[in-house]
Design a protein around this ligand. Sequence first.
Ligand code: COA
Length: 177
Amino acid sequence: MNLNFETERLLLRPFEKRDASHFYLMNNDEEVMRYTGDVPFESIAAAEDFIEDYTNNPTGQIQKYHMGRLAVIDKTSKEFVGFCGIKTHEASQITDIGYRLLRSQWGKGYATEACHKMLKFAFDHHQKDQIIAHVHEQNIGSQRVAEKLGFQLDHRFLWDGLLPGRYYKLTRDAYYN
Ligand SMILES: CC(C)(COP(=O)(O)OP(=O)(O)OC[C@H]1O[C@@H](n2cnc3c(N)ncnc32)[C@H](O)[C@@H]1OP(=O)(O)O)[C@@H](O)C(=O)NCCC(=O)NCCS
């Protein structure tokens, strides 16, 4: 399965070991992590282990579902920008979209640009009828990305029973019409 993509300014590809130090730094930035519900890596080695498992585990997103969060790379500088991609939840088989960028890369339209590529991949290649997005109630930037892509707020919920979240949906019909 080819999981390499190109947009006007970006490349998307499966994580590689050399991304680990950038991934580690991104996840160590409190501002980046504030609304994600995720935790930092303990070390660069831990990020390397994560990448190894994420890309090669036969039950993981990449190997099992031929999708997943992909590294986003600046096409010109070849620098790591963050990640973006679709993911299928095991129990529900619902597919979501997720994105996270280094703070230095915010505000350039990169998340929206990468997401468009991933939505087309979901709707065209994987023939998904609908993609969802979970966004923290106070994560205005992420809500703006979702809304620019055409996502509609479906309902509010408590993320892990704790954090106030917004549950967004985008159907293939709505995306293409
Ligand atoms: C959310 C995130 C991926 C957005 O990346 P980005 O490349 O800056 O997004 P884009 O430039 O494509 O679009 C961001 C939009 O939100 C707007 N925005 C960002 N922060 C905002 C804020 N605090 N208030 C209002 N609007 C805001 C921007 O102006 C832009 O809208 P515009 O194009 O109409 O001007 C990035 O901020 C990030 O990595 N955040 C931390 C991780 C995270 O929260 N991920 C999402 C988890 S659900």
